[in-house]
Design a protein around this ligand. Structure first.
Ligand SMILES: Nc1nc2c(ncn2[C@@H]2O[C@H](COP(=O)(O)OP(=O)(O)OP(=O)(O)O)[C@@H](O)[C@H]2O)c(=O)[nH]1
Ligand SMILES: [Mg+2]
Length: 357
């Protein structure tokens, strides 16, 4: 699962990316500089399990981020830039809310709602172009060959076209699963789920929660596949250099109780429709990423493809029960370790012991 960090130039994308992933090296994809890095998904459950089982290793689930250069109409004409955008699962759109005269703003003033609309418009225009090109091609083909597939594709694309022409992103267009499948190959930019990241100045650190709530109520009401989270990029950058004790003190000095970065990662995870199940042994406690609604068989496959192929059953228990029992032995004794088959729909926070041949 990969999320691209997008936004206008100089809004704080790279700063956030570095804090999220700890990565500061650069890698080139084509002519576009894109940095890739991995962030751990904070998980209280994993920590509690680990404190009971004392494993050799603890491995949280991860989300991959790509730090994109500033978005503009020109950038969107570059094939390598577009290519890096198309292949991700979601966007984290950084919106500047901090005031700083020494940092250039493309539009000359701070206005996150306008900036969001402008970037969305660029994504919409790009999708429109793709659809217009494809429709031209389809029309030509329909004159030569009879193909019911082409006709249904044409009808669907035409609907999308009309939607986009009203300057509405495809993420808000209600698609049936079969239609979503039909469109998947186009990798439309305005169809991707969007996390808006409000990058707030240090002076308003105390208001983070209010800023987020207001934005959600005033701007996001009725909009689909979009979420918002507010962070103080400046504070987070300084946090990254502190040890645990200093961090808390520093956060408190701004009236904050937790780092916004953890909330940002958790929000990305939710937006992508993901959840975690856990595996726990003396060797390793680990969180694994699966989509919501995934079966025990799919979950086994996330650990190892062979586990899915030779799946027999999964011994299952909620993480809190396992912690309560202090380990498997007592959980099994008390009959709290259930046997589940391939079709079992895994629940967020389930601990699975996968039995395989
Ligand atoms: N005051 C303030 N400055 C910030 C904050 N976040 C980033 N900056 C500054 O803004 C400038 C741009 O930050 P970057 O993280 O490089 O922004 P970017 O979006 O990656 O920029 P491009 O890659 O050029 O599009 C730097 O000088 C940062 O120090 C913030 O929260 N507050
Ligand atoms: Mg940058």
């Amino acid at each position: 699962m990969k999320t691209a960090i997008i936004g206008f130039p100089q809004v704080g994308k790279t700063s956030l990316f570095k804090i999220l992933t700890g990565v500061s090296s650069e890698r080139r994809i084509g002519t576009t500089k894109v940095q890739l890095g991995v962030a751990n998904v904070p998980d209280q459950r994993l920590d509690e399990l680990a404190s009971v089982l004392q494993p050799e290793r603890v491995k949280p689930a991860t989300v991959e981020y790509a730090d994109m250069p500033g978005l503009s109409r020109e950038a969107l004409r570059e094939p390598s830039y577009i290519g890096s955008l198309r292949t991700v699962d979601a966007f984290a759109h950084v919106l500047r809310m901090f005031e700083d005269d020494t940092v250039m703003h493309v539009e000359g003033s701070v206005d996150p709602v306008r900036d969001w609309a402008n970037i969305d418009l660029e994504l919409i225009l790009n999708d429109l172009q793709v659809i217009e090109n494809r429709l031209e091609r389809v029309d030509k083909d329909m004159k030569r060959i009879k193909d019911s597939g082409l006709a249904s594709e044409r009808a669907l694309l035409q609907e999308c076209l009309e939607w986009l022409e009203q300057e509405r992103p495809l993420r808000e267009f209600d698609l049936m699963p079969s239609q979503a499948k039909q469109l998947k190959g186009f990798q439309f930019l305005s169809e991707k789920p969007m996390l808006l990241v409000l990058n707030v100045g240090d002076d308003r650190a105390q208001d983070l929660a209010d800023i987020e709530d207001d934005f959600e109520a005033d701007v996001l009401a009725g909009r689909k596949h979009v979420a918002v989270t507010a962070v103080c990029g400046g504070i987070e950058a300084e946090l990254a250099d502190l040890d645990a004790a200093e961090r808390n003190e520093f956060l408190e000095s701004f009236g904050l109780s937790e780092s916004g970065i953890e909330r940002l990662v958790a929000a990305t995870y939710r937006l992508l429709g993901l959840m975690s199940f856990l595996t726990a042994s003396k060797k390793e406690c680990r969180a694994w990423t699966i989509r919501r609604g995934a079966s025990a068989l799919e979950s086994a496959g996330a650990v190892h493809t062979d586990f899915a192929k030779r799946f027999i059953r999964a011994e299952t228990i909620q993480w809190s029960k396992l912690v309560e029992h202090g380990g498997y032995a007592r959980a099994r004794e008390r009959g709290d370790l259930r046997l589940e088959g391939k079709q079992y729909v895994v629940q967020d926070g389930d601990v699975l012991l996968i039995r395989h041949g």
